[in-house]
Design a binder for this molecule. Sequence first.
Ligand code: GDP
Ligand code: GDP
Length: 455
Amino acid sequence: DEDQALLASDGGEQSYETAARAVGVLAVVGRPNVGKSTLVNRILGRRAAVVEDTPGVTRDRVSYDAEWAGTDFKLVDTGGWEADVEGIESAIASQAQVAVSLADAVILVVDGQVGLTASDERIVSMLRASGKPVTVAVNKADDHASEYLSAEFWKLGLGEPHGVSAMHGRGVGDLLDVAMESLRKAEKTSGFLTPSHLRRVALVGRPNVGKSSLLNQLAHEERSVVNDLAGTTRDPVDEVVRVDGEDWLFIDTAGIKRRAHKLSGAEYYSSLRTQAAIERSELALVLFDASQPIADQDLKVMSQAVDAGRAIVLVFNKWDLMDEFGRQRMERLWATEFERVTWAQRVNLSAKTGWHTNRLSRAMRGALESWDKRIPTGKLNAFLGKIQAAHPHPLRGGKQPRILFATQASTRPPRFAIFATGFLEHGYRRFIERSLREEFGFEGTPIQISVKIRE
Ligand code: GDP
Ligand code: GDP
């Protein structure tokens, strides 16, 4: 019984339900080279390797679904980020600050072989100010002989330092027991898990596409732009915004209003915030600047939303700047760069003048309807039987792989499990996805198809 689970729209298999069950968000912070990434990989175990090996999955993700002793949580990794030498001190502190503002509890990693450093102490002051619970991991305590390394970290005043070896796994279980306990007790003030009866929207896109302008336009008020100091940040702030007579919860609007700054690692922060906002959202409004060429970063943000299995609406902003030439260029781009999301609704608008912003709420409602949609099993199988009869799978080694049975395993996004007598090739799955979309209209949502083989 081989499981060839695959997101039909080219992503990897993901557990979309985890966000609802997770107890909270745990961030791993510390200065460079103390072993944060090694620890994160140790905690994720085999799953990290699975993530890396899945083609099409965003590799530079910063948060993961993790599990320890039967408890699910989100793990935020700050190790993938490299500070340049200039301004390294403030960079380290602010990087940790962003992670902490999104987390409910923290593991601070220090290097036992190096001992306590001034950078460690700076991070500790920031952690103390945040009020979040901290568990101290004294890493690189590789054997019993290095037990004494932990002792000097009592000085930090954060309770018992836990000697661990991220590389060999030593002490990591005990560390996680303590961290999980702190996570369970932590007040869930921020992070990825805000419950609400309102539908949750993440407004995302690279800097300068017009996110703050659109938010202002929708809320019909000028907001004061807070000129944040480079690298400092505030906790995520969610706002209720009325769009066309309906209230929506806009996620992390503080992050939206935040000015792009020059600090090294800026892209890391914005990608961390974007991902956090997407994870907490049900729907992503992905903004593009239609007057500019589409950049890699634009497509990356879009992929983050699709890979996370969120409903999406694509917004082409600054349409007031478009002439005939620009419009033609956009249509060509649509046919090439956006092939992966042809199922998404697209709204051309101007955040500046307000033109067509009244078209948003309809697109948003439509996408969420698709995201929530469930196809009854009988109807699904009747339909698949029909398309299979008209277009059978090509022969493979003289055999004809056949679909035996299918069911919609879940919604949000729609996920289908198909039982077949043999491997269904990629092209055939695309065909199934296309057919399902044509028949049932999943406009605005990614759909996932996993195939289980029954010989
Ligand atoms: P990060 O920058 O904090 O994410 O640190 P990395 O995880 O990249 O690790 C930095 C270096 O420390 C690497 O060369 C690791 O192999 C090494 N390292 C990490 N954990 C351990 C450990 O438990 N023991 C030893 N001896 N080295 C480790
Ligand atoms: P953000 O970084 O994505 O939040 O982008 P902003 O909302 O700060 O907008 C970046 C720049 O684009 C600002 O100078 C805005 O005035 C401008 N802008 C935003 N929307 C529009 C629009 O619809 N038309 C025009 N012409 N300019 C816009």
